[in-house]
Ligand binder design. Structure first.
Ligand code: FE2
Ligand code: FE2
Length: 329
């Protein structure tokens, strides 16, 4: 395909060589203990030999843009089955690139975060994210014929910013608070609705790790955010808005439709139909529930870490997120 498969990001890190070793943050140390206890092995603990039939499809058909509309009427049964595979692999590829980016960000965080409790925990997250990249890439390569689609511009921009930024708490807000909330909402949906049982099992394994990662942001950020200067806080709020936009805007899986032979006119028609269908259908309700759950987690977590204030509340409203959705009062 000739698509770019690597790029470089220049950054300057402030590495903190911490040499106090007594437990300073017991909650963080407990998270580290949980991480050691709950390690799993993607090579051994996933039943790679289980019967698998790519023709049965991977994710739920209802997730595919335009499913059930006349925009896909030109595709025969075989093409529809192929579309499920291409669409699913496109989405899983985005998650795979996100896991790789998460691994890189966490390796920077090992250097940057103050305190050994947080450093030890971040060291475990590096291994977790490596395992997630391993398990998703093995699924796409061994089971799905190597269908790894390129990174979307949105996710690339988000990770360029997370990886290039010089402050650890900005990385943590970008990764553990926002990007992982989005990924968790997707993995949860896949674990409940995917057609392929092997993928459902993989998603459940990943989810068990992700709850710890979100826990890291909830434990590490409140004190840091509470002590920020007005300038740093305002920079963090701006970043939060931009990162949320990138995470929430989503991107159209153009390449998946091209792979089943749809031409530019047919794809344009599909994009229009998709917007019309986005109101009122059962498929729209499915997406609405997903969005609502994700919005609620974002608002709740922003509140927990002290990032929900007058300014960010207005930002959230502008983006169509109801700031009163917080599960915490
Ligand atoms: Fe992950
Ligand atoms: Fe994670």
């Amino acid at each position: 395909m000739g698509a770019e498969t690597a790029h470089h990001i220049s950054t300057t890190l402030d590495t903190c060589f911490q040499r106090t070793y007594a437990v300073g943050a017991p909650d963080m140390r407990r998270l580290y203990e949980n991480a050691k206890r709950d390690q799993w092995n993607a090579a051994r603990d996933i039943d790679w030999a289980a019967p698998f039939d790519l023709n049965k499809g991977i994710l739920a058909d209802e997730l595919i843009d335009g499913w059930g509309t006349d925009a896909l009427a030109g595709l025969d049964q075989g093409r529809l089955e192929q579309l499920n595979v291409e669409f699913s692999c496109w989405l899983l590829s985005q998650l795979l690139h996100g896991e790789e980016g998460a691994m890189l960000a966490c390796s920077q965080l090992v250097d940057m975060v103050p305190g050994n409790d947080a450093k030890f925990f971040q060291a475990t997250q590096v291994v977790d994210e490596a395992r997630h990249a391993e398990v998703l890439s093995r699924y796409l390569i061994d089971k799905c014929g190597g269908r790894i689609y390129p990174l979307t511009p949105n996710i690339r921009t988000l990770f360029d910013y997370i990886l290039g930024h010089g402050k650890w708490f900005v990385k943590t807000v970008g990764l553990q608070l926002l990007a992982e909330t989005f990924a968790v909402a997707l993995f949860r949906m896949f674990s409940e609705t995917a057609k392929d049982p092997l993928l459902r099992g993989i998603c459940l394994r990943i989810l068990a790790d992700e709850s710890r990662h979100m826990g890291f942001s909830i434990l590490s950020l409140p004190d840091e955010i509470g002590g920020l200067s007005p300038g740093d806080l305002s920079e963090l709020e701006d970043f939060t808005r931009e990162a949320l936009k990138l995470v929430l805007t989503g991107q159209f899986p153009q390449e998946a439709y091209e792979a089943v032979g749809m031409n530019a006119t047919e794809i344009e028609h599909l994009k229009r139909v998709r917007k019309e269908v986005a109101r009122g259908s059962e498929y729209a309700i499915f997406r609405k529930l997903f969005r609502r759950e994700m919005h609620q987690t974002i608002v709740t977590n922003m509140k927990k870490v002290g990032l929900l204030n007058e300014r960010t509340t207005a930002m959230l409203r502008e983006m169509g997120i109801d700031p009163s959705l917080s599960a915490e009062q």
